[in-house]
Write a new protein. Structure first.
Length: 119
């Protein structure tokens, strides 16, 4: 997602975010929702990782991005993985496929850095 901030969120979510009422693109804009709203924010906050994916894809292309994310989803991620675990899984998947010092692994790490998701 190139610009999550251009999309409005539901009115009842606004008090739990930064007050702008837009989808988050960075962890600084994270919605700390109660479990009764969006299961704690699992969908609304996914725009942060979606934005990281967009940034990574801009550097390495959609084909490589798809290969990396598919590997992360099928090899490393579980239903209880959090954002930091997703970062580790995606960077590791890039390293598995293209090498630890590869441009792809570097792009994956930089994409997550850009949205405030660290190890």
């Amino acid at each position: 997602m190139s610009d999550p901030g251009k999309y409005p969120v539901k009115a009842d979510y606004v008090p739990y975010g930064d007050g702008k009422g837009k989808y988050p693109a960075h962890m600084d804009e994270y919605y700390d929702l109660p479990r009764s709203l969006d299961n704690g924010g699992v969908h609304i906050n996914s725009s942060i990782t979606n934005h990281a994916a967009y940034l990574i894809g801009e550097k390495i292309g959609k084909e490589k991005l798809g290969q990396i994310f598919y590997r992360a989803l099928t090899v490393y991620l579980t239903p209880t993985s959090d954002f930091s675990a997703a970062r580790r899984a995606i960077v590791q998947s890039a390293a598995d496929i293209y090498g630890e010092a590869s441009a792809e692994a570097k792009a994956a790490a930089e994409g997550f850095d850009s949205v405030g998701i660290y190890e």
